[in-house]
Design a binder for this molecule. Structure first.
Ligand code: SF4
Length: 214
């Protein structure tokens, strides 16, 4: 089964999903977007108002900041796959509940199994916590974990990954100190991509294709 076909099936399931109460409030589910042959996934928490309206991830103010952070580090947004832990918007932008995260998690695991990323950047506490849990690790706190380069295995898939947790861009919109941290963390992400070219020696794509020239 091709990656495209597999992802199409996941997306269709998400678009028709009623597995948790968030289906009652959403306008459009937000499955995620990006190339399926990428080696980098960015995983946020849940769609906000703009994403709910457009059905695309990170298109509001936080999304603009995310794009800016990527571009500043010569990483093309169109070269990475972007999604969220929870695919439908929680009402009033509240945190997703544990039952909602658990109901939605199989979609994310399927997406990871299709893409098989080498690097996962988690954006925000919930995303960090969930991905750590999938690796059998415990997420202490955002202030402690952000910017760390954590190697592990997504146990259900037997997939080796390198994870860098950082803050959600929404947290940096009105907090200059968080923004500074986020900028530093993205420099580390850029360095990891640059220094990880060897990771993909046996793969068909080298990581430097994700870095824009010039
Ligand atoms: S949040 Fe996930 S589990 Fe809940 S309705 Fe949306 S797609 Fe389904």
């Amino acid at each position: 089964m091709s990656k495209e076909y597999s992802m199409k099936r996941v997306v269709e399931s998400i678009l028709n999903c009623t597995k948790c109460q968030l289906c009652k409030y959403r306008r459009k589910p937000v499955p995620g977007e990006g190339p399926l042959d990428t080696e980098i996934m960015l995983i946020g928490e849940a769609p906000g108002a703009s994403e709910d309206e457009e059905g695309r991830p990170f298109v509001g103010a936080a999304g603009k900041l995310l794009t800016e952070l990527l571009e500043k580090n010569n990483i093309s947004r169109s070269s990475v796959y972007i999604t969220n832990i929870v695919k439908c918007r929680p009402p009033g932008n509240r945190d997703p509940e544990e039952s909602e995260i658990n109901a939605c998690l199989p979609y994310l695991i399927e997406q990871i199994s299709i893409i098989k990323p080498k690097i996962i950047v988690t954006l925000g506490r919930h995303a960090g916590r969930v991905i750590y849990k999938l690796m059998g690790k415990s997420f202490q706190s955002m202030s402690r974990e952000h910017g760390r380069v954590v190697k592990g295995v997504i146990r259900q898939l037997g997939l080796d990954v390198t994870v860098i947790p950082t803050y959600h861009p929404a947290a940096a919109l009105y907090k200059p100190d968080v923004r500074r941290i986020l900028e530093e963390d993205f420099k580390k992400i850029r360095s990891l991509i640059t220094s990880s070219k060897t990771i993909s020696k046996s793969g068909s794509i080298t990581l430097d294709v994700f870095l824009k020239k010039g």
